[in-house]
Design a protein around this ligand. Structure first.
Ligand code: PMT
Length: 398
C-alpha cells in the first residue's frame, strides 16, 4: 500500500526519464507523498518543473543549490519509506555498486535507510555487459530490489532487454514492497472474470464481469506475501506481476483448473461469474440466419464452488464465494453459503449502477457460517480486496 507513504524518486539521465513523470502521477494519485531528486544529466531530458508540478514538491538536482535543504542529501533518504531509481542508467547502477557519492542523488542513496527499488533502463548491450550484470548482482546482494527491464524496441533502435518497466508495474511493485507480509506462506487461489460458452465458431454466451474484483484480490494477496494463483476467464486486464496466472475460457476449463488446486490451497476465493448454463452443442460451422426464430438448447454447467465445498475438510482451509443478486440479497446469499459449504460469502447487490459488474467500486454484505452479517460501505474494489483478506485471516485464526 502506498497511501500515506513517503517515496523519493531518483531520476537519472536516460531517455526513459519522461516515463518517471507518469510514475510520479500514479504514486501521488495513490496517496503517497512524493519527492523527486534528479541527476544533472536527467534534467537535460525532462525539466524539473514537470516533476515539481506533478509531485507538488520542490525537485533537487544540484547539491549546492542555495534553496536545497542544508542536509537534504542525508535527510531525504532517511525520512523516506522507499527510494525508487527510475530510470536507473548503467552509470548510476555502477555508482551505487561502488558507493560513489558525487552528487545529491548518489549521496542520498548512500545515506538512505529506506528500501530501494532500482528500475534499470538502458541499451541492450549495456544491460547485458558483464560489468552491468556484476553491478546489479552487487546491489541486489546488498538488499536493493532490482526490476527486470522490459524487452522490445529501444530508443536506440535496437531490440532486446533494456526498456524501463511500465510506470504501473513499478508502482505495483512499490506497493508490494511497502505492504506488511501477513499472508506470507499462504497459497491463495482466486478465480476472476466471466466464462465464455461457445455457441459456434464466432458466437458465445458470457456476462458483464470485467475481472476487476478478482484481480484486485489477487493483487492484494500478492502484495501481502501470499503465493497467488489467478484463474481467469477472458478479460481486458493485464495479469498482475508476480502471480501464477492460468487463463481459461469456459466453465469446464475453470472447473478443471480450480479442482486441481483443491488440497494444495489454503484459501480459495471464487470471484468469477461462472456461466450457469452452456449450449448443449457447439456448432462446428457458423450458424446461418434462417427465417423465423431460433432456439438454443442450454444445459447446466457444473457448480465449481459447490464441488470445492463438498471436498472441504476441517483443516483450516477457507472457501469464499461471491453471490451476485438482484433481489433478496441476504437470504439468497445465505442459502448459497449453506448449499455450497462455504466459510464466507460476499453478497453483491448487482442491481446498483455504482457497484458490482464492471464498476470500480463494490458495495457488499459479508455473511459468515454462524449467520453473522456485516454490511460494508461502497468502496473501491482494491480496498474491499484488503478488507476481505483481513476477514479471511481472522477466520484462519479461529
Ligand atoms: O468482475 P467484476 O466486473 O469486477 O464484477 C465482480 C462480480 C460482480 C462478478 C463479483 O464480485 C461477483 O459477484 N462474482 C460472482 C458472480 C456470480 O456468478 O454469482 P452467482 O451468485 O451466480 O454464483 C455464486 C458463487 O458460485 C460465485 O462465487 C461463483 O463463482 C460460483 N459459481 C457459480 C456458478 C457455477 N457454475 N460455478 C461456480 O463456481
Amino acid at each position: 500500500m502506498i497511501k500515506d507513504k513517503k517515496i523519493v524518486i531518483g531520476v537519472t539521465g536516460g531517455i526513459a526519464a519522461y516515463k518517471a513523470a507518469e510514475l510520479v502521477r500514479i504514486l501521488v494519485k495513490g496517496g503517497a507523498s512524493v519527492r523527486v531528486a534528479m541527476t544533472s544529466n536527467a534534467v537535460k531530458f525532462v525539466a524539473p518543473l514537470t516533476f515539481e508540478t506533478l509531485s507538488g514538491n520542490r525537485v533537487v538536482w544540484d547539491m549546492f543549490d542555495p534553496f536545497t535543504e542544508p542536509i537534504g542529501h542525508i535527510t531525504w533518504g532517511q525520512e523516506a519509506d522507499l527510494l525508487i531509481i527510475a530510470p536507473a542508467t548503467s552509470n548510476f547502477i555502477a555508482k551505487m555498486a561502488h558507493g560513489t557519492a558525487d552528487d545529491f542523488l548518489t549521496s542520498m542513496v548512500l545515506a538512505s535507510t529506506a528500501k530501494i527499488l532500482v528500475c534499470p533502463a538502458m541499451n541492450t548491450q549495456m544491460y547485458k555487459n558483464a560489468a552491468t550484470q556484476e553491478n546489479i548482482r552487487l546491489i541486489s546482494g546488498r538488499g536493493c530490489f532490482v526490476m527486470k527491464p522490459g524487452e522490445g524496441e529501444l530508443a536506440c533502435h535496437t531490440e532486446g532487454p533494456g526498456r524501463l518497466p511500465e510506470p504501473e508495474e513499478i508502482a505495483e511493485l512499490a506497493g508490494n514492497l511497502l505492504t506488511e507480509k501477513d499472508l506470507d506462506g499462504l497459497k491463495v487461489v482466486v478465480t476472476a472474470g466471466p466464462t465464455q460458452e461457445p455457441v459456434d465458431p464466432v458466437r458465445y454466451i458470457t456476462n458483464r464481469s470485467s475481472g476487476k474484483m478478482g484481480y484486485a484480490i489477487a493483487r492484494a494477496a500478492t502484495a501481502r506475501g501470499a503465493a497467488v494463483k489467478l484463474i481467469s476467464g477472458p478479460v481486458a486486464l493485464k495479469p498482475p506481476a508476480g502471480i501464477d496466472f492460468h487463463q481459461v475460457k469456459t466453465a469446464e476449463e475453470m472447473r478443471k483448473a480450480a479442482l486441481a488446486e483443491a488440497g494444495q490451497a489454503d484459501v480459495i476465493i471464487k470471484a468469477a461469474a461462472v456461466s450457469d448454463y452452456r449450449p448443449g452443442e457447439t456448432a462446428l460451422q457458423k450458424i446461418k440466419k434462417d427465417e423465423g426464430s431460433f432456439t438454443l438448447n442450454m444445459i447446466k454447467n457444473p457448480d465449481i464452488l459447490a464441488e470445492l465445498g463438498a471436498l472441504k475438510k476441517n483443516d483450516g482451509f477457507i472457501l469464499v464465494g461471491f453471490a451476485a443478486e438482484t433481489e433478496s440479497l441476504t437470504a439468497n446469499a445465505e442459502e448459497k453459503l449453506r448449499k455450497k459449504n462455504l466459510d464466507m460469502i460476499v453478497a453483491n447487490d448487482v442491481s446498483r449502477e455504482d457497484s458490482g459488474f464492471d464498476a470500480e467500486n463494490n458495495k457488499v454484505q459479508i455473511i459468515y457460517r454462524d449467520g453473522k452479517v456485516e454490511d460494508l460501505p461502497l468502496m473501491p474494489k482494491e480496498s474491499l480486496a484488503d478488507q476481505l483478506l483481513d476477514r479471511i485471516m481472522v477466520l484462519r485464526k479461529k
